[in-house]
Design a protein around this ligand. Structure first.
Ligand code: IPM
Ligand code: MG
Length: 354
C-alpha cells in the first residue's frame, strides 16, 4: 500500500508523526506493509522549492493509493501573492487529484459531551452528522481578480457550477445517505444565488432515483443556526465548497473541538486524500499541544475507503474512544481543572489501546 505523506506546516509534522505511529501499529497488527513517501506541500514547499505545489509532489501523490496530509499555512507566508500562498498549494493539489467529494463526519464521542460548548440535552448521546462538501469548484476556483478603479480598488470571486459537477457529488451523497439514516439536506442560498438554484434543480431531479432517501432543502444561514439549535435533525448535509468549509468548522465544535474532525476527499475510485479539518495552528506549533485525533481518525477513514480495511478502521475508533473514556485529554478538549496530555502521549496511548 503506497501512501504519500505530506506533513505540511505548523503542527502538521507533530500530528503526522502520531498518524505514522498508528499506521505502523495497524501494519504490525494485521500483518500489512505500508510504503510511505514524504513529500512537500504548502509553506515548507515554498521555502525549499519556491512553489507551494511542486510538480514532483503532484506526481508522487497521483502514483500513490492514498495521500495523508497534515495541514498547511502560517503567518510567515501570509504576505505572499495569492498563487504562492500555502493554501493555493492545497487547493491545487485537491484539484490535480480530482477529489471532488470531501466527506467531513462530525461525530461526537459520548465521552466528550462535556467538552462541547452546547448543553448535553441538545447533543444527546452519539451525534453523527456527515457533511459532504464539494471540494474543487465554486468560489475558491472560480474566475477572480483585483483591479484599480477611480479612488480605490475592486475585487471579485465567482461561484460557478455545472450541472455535471453537482450531479456527481449529489449521487455520491445519496449513496452515503442510503448507508446511514437515509436523510439528506441540501444546503444552499437558492433564494439569492443562481448557482444555488442549479444545485436545487439538479438535486431534485436526481432525488427521483433515490426515493428511499428523504431530501430536504435549507438555506445556508438557517442551516448555520439549526446546527446549533438542534444538530440531531441532520444526517447527511450536502453543500457547495465555501458553505461546506464554513459549516464544517461550525459542526466541529459540536464534537468538542476542531482538533477532533477527520476528512476524506474522494472521487469515486479507491483513491483518497485524507486530512484533518483543522488548520496548521501556528500559535501552538512545536509545543506538543496539538490534538492528533483528527489526523488519526482520518487514517481510519483511509483504511476504510481506500484499503477496505473496515476492522482496522473500527480498531482505531475504539482505541480513541477508550483513551477518551480513560479521561485522557489534549488541551483543546480538556474541561477546566483536568489534567492534560501532549500530542505524543495521545498518539502513543491510542496505539497502546489498539
Ligand atoms: C479546509 C481549509 C482550507 C479550505 C484552506 C486552508 C484553504 O480551511 O480544509 O477547510 O478552505 O478548504
Ligand atoms: Mg476550512
Amino acid at each position: 500500500m503506497k501512501i504519500a505523506v505530506i506533513s505540511g506546516d505548523g503542527i502538521g509534522s507533530e500530528i503526522i508523526a502520531q498518524g505514522k505511529k498508528v499506521l505502523r501499529t495497524v501494519a504490525h497488527k494485521y500483518n500489512f506493509d505500508f510504503e510511505y513517501e514524504d513529500v512537500l506541500l504548502g509553506g515548507s514547499a515554498f521555502d525549499k522549492k519556491g512553489t507551494p505545489l511542486p510538480e514532483e509532489t503532484v506526481e508522487i501523490c497521483k502514483n500513490s493509493e492514498a495521500v495523508l496530509l497534515g495541514a498547511v499555512g502560517g503567518p510567515k507566508w501570509d504576505n505572499l501573492p495569492g498563487n504562492l500562498r500555502p493554501e493555493s498549494g492545497l487547493l491545487g493539489m485537491r484539484k490535480a487529484l480530482g477529489v471532488f467529494a470531501n466527506l467531513r463526519p462530525a461525530i461526537l464521542f459520548p465521552e466528550l459531551v462535556g467538552s462541547s460548548n452546547l448543553k448535553p440535552e441538545v447533543l444527546g448521546r452519539g451525534l453523527d452528522i456527515m457533511i459532504v462538501r464539494e471540494l474543487i469548484g465554486g468560489a475558491y476556483f472560480g474566475e477572480k481578480g483585483t483591479v484599480n478603479i477611480k479612488g480605490g480598488q475592486k475585487a471579485w470571486d465567482t461561484i460557478a457550477y455545472t450541472s455535471f459537477e453537482i450531479d456527481r457529488i449529489a449521487r455520491k451523497s445519496f449513496e452515503i445517505a442510503r448507508k446511514r439514516n437515509k436523510r439528506l439536506t441540501l444546503v444552499d442560498k437558492a433564494n439569492v444565488l443562481e448557482s444555488s438554484k442549479l444545485w436545487r434543480k439538479t438535486v431534485r431531479k436526481i432525488s427521483d432515483e433515490y426515493k428511499d432517501v428523504e431530501v430536504s432543502y435549507m438555506y445556508v444561514d438557517n442551516a448555520a443556526m439549526q446546527l446549533i439549535r438542534d444538530p440531531k435533525q441532520f444526517d447527511v448535509i450536502l453543500t457547495e465548497n465555501m458553505f461546506g468549509d464554513i459549516l464544517s468548522d461550525e459542526a466541529s465544535m459540536l464534537t468538542g473541538s476542531l482538533g477532533m474532525l477527520p476528512s476524506a476527499s474522494v472521487r469515486g475510485d479507491s483513491f483518497g486524500l485524507y486530512e484533518p479539518v483543522h488548520g496548521s495552528a501556528p500559535d501552538i506549533a512545536g509545543q506538543n499541544k496539538a490534538n492528533p485525533i483528527g489526523t488519526i481518525m482520518s487514517i481510519a477513514m483511509m483504511l476504510k475507503y481506500s484499503f477496505n480495511m473496515t476492522t482496522a478502521a473500527e480498531d482505531i475508533k475504539n482505541a480513541v474512544s477508550q483513551v477518551l473514556g480513560g479521561g485522557y485529554r489534549t488541551v483543546d478538549i480538556a474541561e477546566k481543572d483536568t489534567e492534560v496530555i501532549g500530542t505524543e502521549e495521545m498518539g502513543e496511548l491510542i496505539c497502546k489501546y489498539m
